[in-house]
Design a protein around this ligand. Structure first.
Ligand code: NAD
Length: 271
């Protein structure tokens, strides 16, 4: 039992029972129409945050926004946005600020998986496309959000990957791996630059997660088979990744910045 005096003192800093302090915080999640992003938007809404659901697929934006509003009575905003288009990124930020007044958390989650090799001379197109979405858009959106994050002492969570620091023995992942390695380095630089302003920046680096990213990239097979190709008996669920993202964005993680968080069921340990 916490004595009432101490409880009141704690409440001066944190206004909710969970200790996450995300109630009424304005959270943008890119790629929130499906997979990890959809679970993340829902998890923030569950904590009472005002969620901005941004995705390139408009129907999915509507579905996720509706779910947050109907199941959780959340305040939400759906934005149809291709993060690789600068004008649409600008609109995402301005629509958010028009509707909710500020930005507390930016989750750079939108991403694609592509393959390309040097010997087949087919790397440049997937390289340009993947870097545009998985890396450049994160840098650009973070830059646009920075003035608001400085005001709110907010934070950024980028969704990187274990493939930012390993290849899983398959060089065809090169464009994707380069984008995630770049995202990790962007995080270190941004955390260093923004920490004197009270803004935190961290990366979540999942191993294989059960989402449509694989089928969209042309990877076929059951979850068991895909997991086994990564030497795993099972793969993570998107909700597990969302829980870590919410934790890192919350008051509970107020001392954490400039860190990569691996969440991979031991994949990296296995080499
Ligand atoms: P997903 O395909 O289920 O979801 C990605 C979402 O991003 C989709 O809703 C898609 O429409 C959206 N999106 C794609 N391009 C976009 C663009 N240009 N603008 C706006 N939205 C766009 O995949 P996921 O697995 O949920 O991926 C989410 C993030 O997690 C990605 O950054 C991915 O690299 C990362 N990740 C995934 C895994 C995995 O195994 N699933 C592992 C490590 C990291």
């Amino acid at each position: 039992m916490i004595p009432i005096g101490i409880k009141l003192a704690l409440n001066r800093y944190c206004q909710d029972n969970s200790g996450y302090c995300l109630k009424d915080k304005v959270v943008i999640v890119t790629g929130a129409g499906a997979g990890i992003g959809a679970s993340t938007a829902y998890a923030f809404a569950k904590e009472g945050a005002k969620v901005v659901v941004a995705d390139i697929i408009e129907d999915n934006v509507k579905k996720v926004t509706k779910r947050c509003e109907e199941e959780l009575c959340a305040k939400s905003l759906g934005v149809h946005c291709d993060v690789s288009v600068d004008e649409q990124c600008k609109s995402l930020i301005s629509d958010t600020v028009s509707k909710f007044g500020t930005i507390d958390v930016l989750v750079n989650n939108a991403g694609i998986l592509t393959f390309g090799t040097l010997l087949n001379a087919d790397i440049m197109e997937p390289y340009d496309k993947t870097l545009g979405i998985n890396l450049r858009a994160c840098v650009y959106l973070t830059m646009l959000a920075t003035p608001y994050l400085v005001q709110t002492k907010g934070n950024v969570v980028n969704i990187s990957s274990i493939l930012g620091c390993t290849y899983s023995g398959n060089s065809k992942y090169m464009p994707y791996c380069i984008s995630k390695a770049g995202l990790d380095h962007f995080m270190f630089g941004a955390a260093l630059e923004l920490s004197p302003c009270g803004v935190r920046v961290n990366n979540v680096c999942p191993g294989p997660v059960k989402t449509e990213i694989f089928s969209k990239a042309g990877v076929t097979g059951s979850w068991k088979e895909i997991g086994e190709s990564f030497k795993l008996t099972d793969m993570s669920e998107p909700e597990e990744i969302a829980d870590l993202i919410v934790y890192l964005a919350s008051y509970k993680a107020r001392s954490i910045t400039g860190v990569r968080y691996y969440i991979d069921r031991g994949h990296l340990l296995m080499g």
